[in-house]
Design a binder for this molecule. Structure first.
Ligand SMILES: C[S@@+](CC[C@H](N)C(=O)[O-])C[C@H]1O[C@@H](n2cnc3c(N)ncnc32)[C@H](O)[C@@H]1O
Length: 256
């Protein structure tokens, strides 16, 4: 049970978090505006996709412990809690995302089940294994902050889009319980074959359980690595007139 003093401390901490931060476009916004159009951690279409898959696949995963890698607003971690997952662990490299997640979990009375870790990928996690891991990590193929509306850490995945994805995938096998499940967002243009090869080395397999096509914001189109566009045009990236689109999957990953 969360004590009243803890809850009061959480709310006091939330008030203290009314500080300023910069978005990827350099605009300065107040952190504590969850749900507003200026919220730097506002859930995206990718967040909605993974949320849909989490609900769809909920009957197939255990409820003992869950990890959200790259929490942002904390909405996926909160959703795990609402699906009945007992222990909730969230990681983010951005201290402001950790603060936003703490606020959300506090508001939803889920904070007493949660551990929030500030750091990069597996580094703060130790050797714990989870029943369910969710990850909507940055994996846009760009070398500058590529999302105009969100925090600078939101979507930039380096020249091939795999800067955060590769270390996450490399450590996944060691952090999934036997029978555990991971659900991740995966742009088609970062290379499904590379992902499958990294997973196969650990005895893991991936299946696309949900796929769609999303519109790319003009800022993203401008920053997309030209070599990636060339390689994946009409095979993960498509264009209609001036408008550019990307195919995206939710991968479900399990031990073979
Ligand atoms: C695309 S956002 C997703 C946020 C949230 N999970 C959602 O779906 O709305 C990616 C998140 O990963 C975080 N992130 C970026 N690099 C990271 C790293 N090396 N380790 C952990 N988190 C990272 C960002 O700060 C950001 O909050």
């Amino acid at each position: 049970m969360q004590r009243d003093s803890d809850r009061a401390n959480g709310h006091a901490e939330r008030e203290a978090n009314l500080n300023q931060m910069q978005t990827g476009s350099g605009a300065t916004v107040a952190l504590a505006e969850p749900g507003s159009i200026r919220d730097p951690f506002r859930p995206s279409d990718y967040t909605g996709m993974i949320l849909h898959a989490m609900r769809l696949r909920a009957p197939t995963f255990g409820r003992g412990s869950g990890l959200d890698m790259g929490v942002g607003s904390g909405v996926l971690l909160a959703a795990l809690g609402m699906l009945g997952v007992d222990r909730l662990v969230g990681v983010d490299i951005d201290a402001n995302a950790i603060a936003a997640t703490r606020n959300l979990l506090c508001d939803l009375d889920l904070l007493d089940r949660a551990q929030l870790l500030h750091g990069s990928i597996w580094q703060p996690v130790g050797d714990e294994r989870f029943d369910i891991v969710v990850a909507n990590l940055p994996h846009f193929a760009a070398t500058a902050p590529s999302d105009p509306d969100h925090s600078p850490h939101w979507s930039m995945g380096g020249a091939d889009g795999r800067r955060q994805l590769d270390p996450f995938l490399a450590g996944l096998g060691a952090h999934l319980k036997h029978g555990g499940v991971a659900l991740i967002t995966h742009n088609a243009f970062v290379g499904l074959a590379d992902t499958r090869a990294t997973l196969a080395d650990q005895g893991l397999r991936a299946e696309a359980v949900l796929s769609t096509t999303v519109s790319l914001h003009p800022t993203k189109t401008a920053l997309l690595e030209p070599g990636i566009r060339e390689k994946y045009m009409d095979d993960g990236i498509s264009r209609v007139g001036p408008y550019e689109f990307a195919d995206v999957h939710i991968l479900e990953i399990r031990h073979r």
